[in-house]
Design a protein around this ligand. Structure first.
Ligand code: NAD
Ligand code: UDP
Length: 324
């Protein structure tokens, strides 16, 4: 494999994708960022447009792709619940047809291909923390199923292309990740709480706030997925990537209020249907095989994210869906 690689990042203008493009461009690779801008906007990557080793393509992964590359990171998919539930059939198509299209392309040009899967494949888990061997507890007909089952089907396709066609695959299961460039209107908990706290608005707590999540700072996540792509070919995953420090959503709200110095009050709203009650990655496998562990504590990551949210003008962002 040459030192300078041609790398495609689908969903490359999104929150995670734009940070991944930054790192790959910085490493000197030829980077193609492909996006349909459903849940993002060009401003996440405009700083890269003048770089000779960066190219931006507007395209939808549900339609075939024809490019010549050495590696593909497949991140294209709405990730926030309000975004993926807005047009659930399109979400399922994006996961399944998107996987078929990148896998077909990887097969043709013998590229390595990495799938951004998710902790949602574990559903509302009854095993805690969740190891990769846990098969999950997903409601196949609920409002989250378009995303959960779409991502599960994509994992199936990745492993079938490996078994049947010897495609060189990687699958990472990403747990809640946050940081600068999250869309301010994505409705995810970190972006919502920070936006609400900075505006002095009520903090919307779905349910009693006892549900838990484990939050990984974006820089840690990007480091892990690049290590996974460059890891051994006989380790396709799936591998959990996340920060195992677990917090209740109420603890998160209190921390955001403290760090922003906000006078916002927490208000309880009805719990969401099928909202997972607990989520914490078991990252023993990533530690062992990738020699990776997260390094950024929640407090430090939130401080950087709050600084980002203070620096942007909300008028520059279009809400991708009404659900935030
Ligand atoms: P994001 O919404 O910011 O990024 C997704 C990007 O994909 C956006 O730029 C969007 O416009 C693009 N996209 C959506 N549908 C597309 C299509 N049909 N064709 C082309 N582009 C399309 O979300 P993110 O947090 O950056 O997530 C990136 C990936 O990581 C997703 O696949 C998501 O499922 C996965 N993931 C993220 C998290 C997290 O906590 N951030 C957790 C688990 C998994
Ligand atoms: N949540 C909340 N208020 C909000 C947004 C989210 O209480 O304004 C809760 C949500 O019910 C869930 C958790 O925060 O329990 C994480 O939600 P998010 O949408 O960020 O991601 P998820 O992990 O559910 O995909």
């Amino acid at each position: 494999m040459p030192t300078v690689k041609r790398i495609l990042v689908t969903g490359g203008a999104g929150f995670l994708g734009s940070h991944l493009c930054d790192r790959l461009v910085q490493q000197g690779h030829d980077v193609i960022c492909l996006d349909n801008f459903f849940t993002s906007q060009k401003s996440n990557v405009t700083h890269l447009l003048a770089r000779p080793n960066f190219e931006l393509i507007r395209h939808d992964v549900t339609h075939p792709l024809w490019l010549e590359v050495d590696e593909i990171y497949n991140l294209a998919c709405p990730a926030a619940p309000g975004h993926y539930q807005y047009n659930p059939i399109k979400t399922m198509k994006t996961s399944v047809l998107g996987a078929i299209n990148v896998l077909g392309m990887a097969k043709r040009c013998r590229a390595k291909v990495l799938q951004a899967s998710t902790s949602e494949v574990y559903g509302d888990p009854d095993v805690h923390p969740q190891p990769e061997s846990y098969k999950g507890s997903v409601n196949p007909i609920g409002p989250r199923a378009c995303y959960d089952e779409g991502k599960r089907a994509a994992e199936t396709l990745f492993f079938d292309y490996r078994r049947s066609n010897k495609v060189n695959i990687r699958v990472v299961r990403i747990f809640n990740t946050y940081g600068p460039r999250m869309h301010p209107f994505d409705g995810r908990v970190v972006s919502n709480f920070i936006r609400q706290a900075l505006a002095g608005q009520d903090i919307t707590m779905f349910g009693d706030g006892a549900q838990t999540r484990s939050f990984c700072y974006v820089d840690d996540l990007i480091e892990a997925i690049i290590r996974m792509m460059n890891g051994p070919d006989d380790f396709p995953g799936p591998v959990n990537i996340g920060n195992p420090e677990e917090f209740t959503i109420m603890q998160l709200a209190r921390q955001v209020i403290e760090l922003t110095g906000s006078k916002s009050k927490v208000v309880n709203r009805p719990p969401l249907v099928d909202d997972p009650k607990q989520r914490q990655p078991d990252i023993a496998l990533a530690k062992r095989v990738l020699d990776w562990s997260p390094t950024v504590p929640l407090r430090d990551g939130l401080t950087k994210t709050i600084a980002y949210f203070r620096s942007i003008s909300l008028d520059a962002f279009r809400a991708p869906t009404p659900n935030f």
